[in-house]
Design a protein around this ligand. Structure first.
Ligand SMILES: [Fe+2]
Length: 298
């Protein structure tokens, strides 16, 4: 279970600076996992593999015995995931939110394409002291200095149960990302050029995958809400499926309709699970930075 900010800054990023160009141009995984049939086939393969070699998998997950979430909501979340590829309404305990926020405030951040580490407190009016405009800041993980609250969530049995129900297998890779989206005074078009996730896109993060998201700061319409298109994990138009990366709002709305769009707001501690092969984006924050914890299962 790893923090993947380094991988996001190196790895494929070294070959394709724009992460949204990685799905169409990336390696074998990126090329084929966009197809729902590939993801389903992989799930079947992993299910069979783990069924026949079950003694190797559950212990490796290191799941905790108790969860911070309410078990009585489990069936609702699993049902929502299968129906729409998203389920809202998770809630972190306040002490965990405080702990993760403190960790993010005290830990250096990095931005893809910018060499120097910096603290979020160094960002003023969307810029660092040297004039560099910051769109996002990935909280780095120092060896031996992990956040216990994040570690506890990685092992949470409630989340792992949702993941197993959705993917049909125990995830073999769990990574986390703690990311500030910066409130910037720059025009939307300028932000769009340097911060690709503000455009609709879908992720390819393995052969099959899903993600849990937690807002660590309050998020309203003006402070960086996550937006997704319900049910768009399958049935994408061929052109969008192949081009993968940035899709215009107009093209997405024309195909799916406004009624499928879900603008997700919530107070600090609010969480949701989503299949990131659904189209999604972040609306650039205007009034305050957004801190988002993502836990990715594949
Ligand atoms: Fe994404």
């Amino acid at each position: 279970m790893v923090n993947s900010s380094d991988n996001r800054l190196k790895g494929y990023l070294g070959r394709f600076k724009n992460p949204l160009k990685r799905p169409p141009m990336g390696g074998i995984t990126q090329r084929f996992a966009r197809f729902a049939v590939v993801r389903k086939t992989y799930s079947l393969f992993k299910f069979a593999q783990q069924y026949y070699f079950s003694r190797f998998y559950s212990p490796a997950l290191n799941a905790a015995e108790t969860s911070v979430f309410s078990w009585h909501t489990l069936s609702q979340h699993t049902r929502n995931m299968h129906q729409a590829g998203v389920s809202l309404g998770l809630r972190l305990p306040e002490n965990m939110v405080t702990e993760i926020l403190d960790y993010a405030l005290k830990t250096p951040c990095r931005e893809p394409g910018y060499q120097r580490n910096f603290y979020i407190s160094e960002v003023h009016n969307g810029h660092l002291a040297d004039g560099h405009p910051v769109m996002r800041a990935l909280v780095t993980a120092s060896p031996g200095q992990t956040c216990p609250a994040i570690q506890q969530l990685l092992e949470d049995p409630f989340l792992l149960t949702i993941v197993h129900d959705y993917l049909h297998y125990h995830p073999t890779k769990i990574s986390w990302h703690l990311t500030w989206s910066i409130a910037s005074p720059l025009p939307h078009d300028v932000i769009r050029q340097t911060y690709p996730p503000v455009s609709f896109h879908y992720d390819i993060a393995g052969y099959n995958f899903m993600t849990a998201y937690f807002y660590i700061t309050d998020v309203d319409e003006n402070s960086g809400p996550h937006v997704m298109i319900q049910g768009s994990r399958t049935g994408k138009p061929f052109k969008m499926l192949i081009s993968g990366g940035c899709q215009s709002d107009e093209a997405v709305m024309r195909y799916y309709g406004k009624e499928k769009e879900l603008v997700i707001t919530g107070s600090r501690g609010f969480g949701f699970v989503q299949d990131p092969s659904c189209f999604h984006k972040v609306i650039p924050p205007q009034t305050s930075h957004r801190l988002l914890l993502q836990i990715r299962y594949s």
